[in-house]
Design a protein around this ligand. Structure first.
Ligand code: GDD
Ligand code: MN
Length: 375
């Protein structure tokens, strides 16, 4: 690896919060590993004002190694700290790792070597052959990690996309849209948004931290679901929208049904009147959630007019649904025998009409670039 020095200008970005006790050993092991491999490296610690002695420790370490500390006082969070470090550095190669020695610094040269070979994104992976997690990992944490990984399977083929130990060349960020992670999966954000093509995993042995404690709360983990939704919308904007529309529509059917039954058999008003009321109520329900949830630009319009437009398009959808049922059962002999099939075809055609009108009329325009602007 003697040619590494020439090609590589590496920054190791380590986000920290109350990690003062880990920094000396981390720094020692990082620089031992990279100097053996001849990789010129700067260590950039992005600390969120831990006030635990981090500054003093870094000052001492900076006497021996190229270590830089950035202290943020206005913001907190792992992912934004990493982004901050990326912005504040200029090196061609960026490597991100945790401070708590869960990620073995000895694996850095292998990652850099693959970056030199032209890879876009290299992950220190627990879930490939040769990789491992600590035996102390409880079942809960293991299942948790596996489920999180499974949920991301439509976004990446990596076995360990949740990893916090990864490297990439700065060039991949050049054409990428704004990075807006919610939560802490910054690696996944970069991998997806930069549309990395040449991706590879190297096995690592992940060890549990010895000093300090984990900062990642359940709340952070729940943010992951929101992050996932954003990333899926980013990768498959139209499909994600149709699926969300279908989810909202199905919930509307339930509202429709229960209201209709409640008004007819509970309140005992005329069944045709309750049918009309439940239709308007369910359509309003759908409108509200589609405005709030499905369509990226949905909230940009005045709500009163949009609501009326949605009711109109829902009425058209209902007419299409009922009309196609009638035509199909009247004129298609098979469907004249099998009403239930016609019933579902009607529902599909009605939903198709609803979606088309919603997309191109009620909630237009379609603009995926706004992705990320919404929570
Ligand atoms: N600047 C900053 N601000 N750093 C933070 C913050 C914060 O608010 N919260 C955590 N960190 C730092 C920690 O100091 C540590 O260096 C690193 O981010 C990881 O935090 P841990 O608290 O050790 O996280 P973990 O061990 O639960 O999670 C790790 O493993 C996961 C996979 O199991 C992380 O690497 C995750 O990214 C990874 O998904
Ligand atoms: Mn950790």
């Amino acid at each position: 690896m003697s040619n590494l020095k020439k090609n590589s200008q590496l920054v190791v970005i380590v986000p920290t919060y109350k990690e003062a006790d880990n920094l000396a050993e981390l720094t020692r092991r990082i620089f031992l590993a990279v100097s053996k491999a001849g990789i010129e490296t700067e260590l950039l610690i992005v600390d969120d004002n831990s006030l635990d002695g981090t500054e003093q420790v870094c000052k001492t370490l900076a006497n021996q190694h190229p270590v830089r500390l950035i202290t943020r006082t206005l913001e907190r969070g792992l992912a934004t700290a990493v982004l901050h470090g990326i912005r504040e550095s200029e090196h061609d190669y960026i490597l991100v790792m945790d401070a708590d020695l869960s990620h073995p610094p000895e694996d850095i040269p292998r990652i850099v070597h693959l970056l030199n070979e032209g890879y876009d994104f290299v992950v220190g992976s627990r879930y490939v052959k040769g990789g491992s997690t600590d035996a102390e990992w409880g079942l809960f944490r293991w299942v948790n990690s596996k489920v999180a990984t499974l949920l991301a399977c439509g976004l990446t083929t990596l076995n360990d996309p949740m990893a916090g130990f990864f490297g990439f060349p700065r060039r991949i960020l050049a054409g990428s849209p704004q990075l807006t992670p919610v939560g802490y999966k910054i690696g996944l954000e970069i991998l997806v948004k930069a549309r990395c093509q040449k991706v590879i995993e190297v096995p690592i042995a992940f060890t549990e931290r010895v000093r300090g404690e984990s900062k990642l709360t359940l709340q952070q983990q729940l943010l992951y679901l929101r992050h996932l939704r954003r990333l899926y919308r980013f990768c498959f904007p139209q499909t994600a929208e149709i699926i969300q529309f279908a989810i909202v529509g199905s919930s509307g059917v339930i509202v429709d049904l229960f209201l209709y039954l409640g008004l007819t058999y509970g309140v005992r008003i005329d069944h045709q009147l309750s049918r009309a009321i439940s239709f308007v109520a369910a359509a309003s329900w759908n409108w509200f959630f589609n405005r709030w949830f499905t369509f990226v630009n949905g909230r940009g319009k005045k709500w009163g007019k949009q609501w009326l437009q949605f009711l109109t398009s829902a009425s058209v959808g209902f007419t299409v649904n009922w009309g196609s049922y009638k035509l199909l059962t009247d004129y298609v002999p098979y469907l004249g025998q099998h009403h239930i099939v016609a019933f579902f075809i009607g529902i599909l055609l009605g939903m198709g009409s609803n979606y088309t009108l919603s997309r191109w009329f009620v909630f237009r325009p379609f603009n995926e670039s706004i992705e990320g602007a919404r929570p």
